[in-house]
Design a protein around this ligand. Structure first.
Ligand SMILES: [Zn+2]
Length: 131
């Protein structure tokens, strides 16, 4: 659910009435957000600490502390830094009309950047979301 239906998770934590399910999703989003990025930087061999995404688009690029996301000629006004689950979703709400496919793809990409393996299995997900 966390990876395959981020639009539902967002509705659950932001709009649904208080419930144990809501609390459970909140907890999982917290775990997701606290996981460090493990992906290699886009422009060097260091480990990245943040990701950038363009307004109105899906897809992330990962960057370390030493590298500049604007170095490759990015348009300054259109790039945003994201490191958390809800930052990604809010970007897509604000600039891509809440596109569900973008949410799905970009959350998956951020999860992979945070160490979720390419082959998504029940066991991998359980390990990823273990507090
Ligand atoms: Zn770098």
């Amino acid at each position: 659910m966390m990876i395959n239906h981020p639009d539902f998770v967002q509705w659950m934590i932001e709009e649904a009435d208080a419930s144990r399910t809501k609390e459970e999703f909140r907890k999982l989003v917290g775990i997701f957000d606290r996981r460090p990025i493990e992906q290699e930087c886009y422009s060097c061999d260091n480990t990245a600490t943040r990701a950038s995404m363009y307004q109105g688009a899906d897809g992330l690029m990962f960057w370390c502390e030493g590298c500049n996301e604007y170095g490759s000629g990015a348009n300054r006004g259109k790039l945003r830094i994201v490191t958390t689950y809800r930052e990604v979703l809010h970007m897509i709400d604000a600039f891509a009309a809440g596109n569900k496919k973008f949410k799905f793809q970009t959350i998956r990409e951020l999860a992979r950047g945070k160490g979720l393996s390419k082959r998504i299995t029940e066991a991998n997900l359980t390990a990823f979301f273990a507090a």
